[in-house]
Ligand binder design. Structure first.
Ligand SMILES: [Mn+2]
Length: 323
């Protein structure tokens, strides 16, 4: 199983304004059905569950589900420990997602990547940077409970979903660093992390050495999400040709988003985050969005599913929906 094309979606109606901006035709979803980068593999069910839930029919903007990318072998058919044995699946998927994202942007459409474990990020942002000719000139806000900045030398778990940010900055396995072309996708000064509260020494040392700005959860609680996010936006827009948003659902408090791969207590509150996101509308420098680590098996009362819908509405709809 490689890719399943979907035609479902909602077309732009006559006279309707487009989401994001008038240059953009529609929002295009791409699913990344992978659990190979994680220790717990059920995130591979995330995109199909989201799509078949029917919840996307409540989106108020034009959208299309382009495809869902599946690994050569599912973790349900095949058992492997985290680490190098899983890399061929991840490398192949990252390249396919990069090509898919690239073609969406070249088509003047806005890509939304739905994961799947966060190893996808090594592919997503390679594709975005290529399409925009913005390699090392692209900003990224990484909203996550973790730093995802390990390399094989520092990781305790060997799981590749803990490594994509390092790869985007040029560190780690060449298969993930050089997905489409040689060399790092992002420069450290163009990256911000928000919501971090669980990490290991090795990855922290790498980000510190590179001077990457990390807004720990403490700082978010102190200043408020609104102030932190505005600062982060200013940061990632400086000297770049655009910016993207990578949202690991585990950044949110597990009481609000229980359906994730690696929950960490004490996270972001949707009621603080969603209104802030609604201000991103029609910002033409906002180029792509990924929402990852959705694990439907662990969700409770579809809370996480509804949170994904609310994130999409607040980030992409003309009028933000109150929550
Ligand atoms: Mn993550």
């Amino acid at each position: 199983m490689s890719a399943r094309p979907y035609s479902e979606g909602r077309k732009i109606e006559k006279g309707e304004q487009n989401p994001i901006g008038s240059m953009i035709n529609q929002v295009v979803f791409i699913g990344f059905a992978s659990g190979w980068g994680a220790q717990i593999r059920e995130t591979e069910k995330g995109p199909d569950f989201l799509f078949s839930s029917g919840i996307l029919s409540s989106l108020s903007f034009p959208w299309l589900w382009k495809e869902t990318l599946y690994p050569q072998k599912s973790a349900q058919e095949h058992s492997l420990p985290p680490g190098p044995l899983t890399l061929p699946f991840i490398e192949d998927l990252c390249r396919r997602i990069a090509f898919s994202v690239e073609s969406v942007i070249k088509n003047k459409e806005f890509p939304v990547i739905i994961g799947g474990d966060q190893s996808v990020s090594a592919g997503t942002w390679a594709g975005v940077a290529n399409a925009l000719k913005a390699k090392q000139k692209f900003g990224l806000i990484w909203i996550d409970a973790h730093k995802d900045a390990h390399t094989m030398e520092t990781t305790p778990s060997q799981a590749y979903h803990g490594m994509p940010l390092a790869a985007l900055l040029g560190f780690g396995d060449p298969a993930l660093v050089n997905v489409l072309e040689e060399g790092p996708i992002l420069r450290p000064e163009h990256v911000c992390l928000i919501g971090v509260r669980s990490y290991e020494e090795g990855e922290a040392a790498l980000l510190k050495q590179l001077g990457v700005r990390v807004y720990y959860m403490n700082e978010v609680l102190e200043k408020g999400f609104k102030v932190v996010f505005q600062e982060a936006l200013t940061h990632v827009k400086q000297g770049t040709k655009g910016y993207g948003l990578s949202i690991d659902l585990d950044a949110f408090d597990p009481r609000e988003a229980p359906g994730v791969g690696s929950p960490e207590p004490g996270g972001l509150k949707p009621r603080e985050v969603l209104p802030v996101f609604s201000h991103l509308k029609r910002d033409l420098t906002f180029k792509a969005l990924e929402i990852v680590e959705y694990n439907p098996d662990r969700d409770k009362n579809n809370k996480t599913l509804f949170l994904i819908r609310d994130l999409l509405l607040n980030l992409l709809a003309q009028e933000a929906t109150s929550v």
